[in-house]
Design a protein around this ligand. Structure first.
Ligand SMILES: *Cc1c(COP(=O)(O)O)cnc(C)c1O
Length: 367
């Protein structure tokens, strides 16, 4: 699906020099590399404040904790996402309220968000899935109407733009991940919290360091959610390449789109992902097909890697069974789980490899 070592290859000397510099500096926790990375990545994203943290999951934890969300509170979110989105809501003691997605973008359905707001709702947590922005006009409208903070899960959307502006800058907090398979991948785990509000930025910084302010004085309980200086330093080497890698992903998406549209196959056999907004960064390129499992097996036999994001929507996970969502309760997400298949889209995919994937997919589905 993705050759991370190949992507880092051309940068090897720069990365190794940077790692040596950090090792010699003796500054391994926060410090100048982290401060510099926070400044540079905030500029890249287009947001005032960036706070480096230990993972994308911890970015969500910091955001929820900084907003004081806990037991008795409800947070509205999508079930069609990576586990951390719902897991973090439960970990702070709040209740995830899952609402269904749109069938075209796989992103949360704004009308269903509006209908799910109750007296207990304390936040809305949309996910910019696969690198495509949610309907932020709709979501910011609902948030403003009810006075609720928006936490954007932008783990798959570093550099994604929505018509309203860069994702991660439109709500109370944005949460990003530098897991190695994300568009900006580190060398282990790390993540980022973003905000345009300086008092929310301060709260996130306090949460990142056990809630201490000043050191050894704790008005609130936080955790150890710090980014490693080494991760920050190495991400600084990769950040200038990100725009180019994203352009390459978009070119790959355009080639898939054109070939799949020209295939003449029925929509239920092969549906390329619609792009509703420019500014999609294609963390994943996800097709739908009613023959998903057979197609995946065939591609595997042809040594073409694919992935299923996500095979079980969160409302149907065993750990959330006490929430009482039955099979059929969020049908669009459930159908997506049966039909989605992610194809390789990474920057270094190359023409010949992509041609072979396209021919194999269309060839199989035409039979
Ligand atoms: C990757 C991801 C996360 C978690 O990020 P980690 O850095 O792996 O902890 C959260 N939400 C979504 C949507 C993700 O894709």
């Amino acid at each position: 699906m993705l050759d991370v070592a190949a992507q880092n290859g051309p940068l090897f000397d720069q990365l190794a020099d940077k790692a040596a510099e950090v090792i010699r500096s003796g500054r391994y926790i926060l410090g100048p590399e982290v401060a510099a990375f926070e400044r540079e990545v905030a500029d890249f994203i287009g947001v005032e404040h960036a706070i480096g943290v230990s993972s994308g999951t911890d970015a969500l934890m910091v955001a929820l904790m900084a907003l004081g969300i806990g037991p008795g509170d409800e947070v509205i979110t999508t079930p069609f996402t990576f586990f951390a989105t719902g897991g973090c809501i439960a970990r702070v003691g709040a209740t995830p309220v899952f609402v269904d997605i749109r069938p075209d973008t796989f992103n949360i359905d704004v009308e269903q968000v509006a209908a799910a707001v109750t007296e207990q709702t304390r936040a809305i947590l949309p996910v910019h899935l696969f690198g495509q922005a949610c309907d932020m006009e709709g979501l910011t409208g609902i948030a403003a109407k009810h006075g609720l903070p928006l936490i954007e899960d932008a783990a798959q959307a570093v550099g994604t733009k929505s018509p309203l502006g860069p994702v991660g800058s439109l709500g109370a907090y944005g949460c990003f991940s530098f897991f190695p398979s994300k568009n900006l991948g580190g060398f282990g785990d790390s993540g980022l919290v973003t905000t345009n509000d300086s008092s929310l930025a301060d709260k996130a910084r306090v949460m990142r360091a056990h809630g201490s302010n000043p050191k050894y004085y704790h008005a609130v309980i936080g955790g150890n959610f710090r980014i490693d200086a080494l991760q920050a330093a190495l991400l600084r080497v990769k950040l200038p390449e990100l725009e180019g890698w994203t352009a390459r992903r978009r070119e790959n998406a355009v080639r898939y789109d054109a070939a799949f549209s020209a295939s003449g196959l029925d929509e239920n056999l092969l549906q390329p992902p619609p792009r509703r907004f420019e500014g999609h960064i294609y963390n994943q390129y996800v097709i739908r097909t009613s023959r998903r499992d057979e197609l995946q097996a065939h591609l595997q036999a042809e040594k073409i890697a694919t992935a299923i994001y996500y095979p079980v929507p969160l409302h149907r996970q065993k750990c959330f069974s006490q929430l009482g969502y039955r099979e059929g309760s969020l049908p669009v997400s459930e159908q997506a789980s049966r039909e989605v298949l992610a194809l390789p889209i990474f920057a270094g995919l190359g023409d010949a490899r992509q041609r072979r994937i396209i021919d194999t997919v269309i060839g199989f589905l035409s039979r």
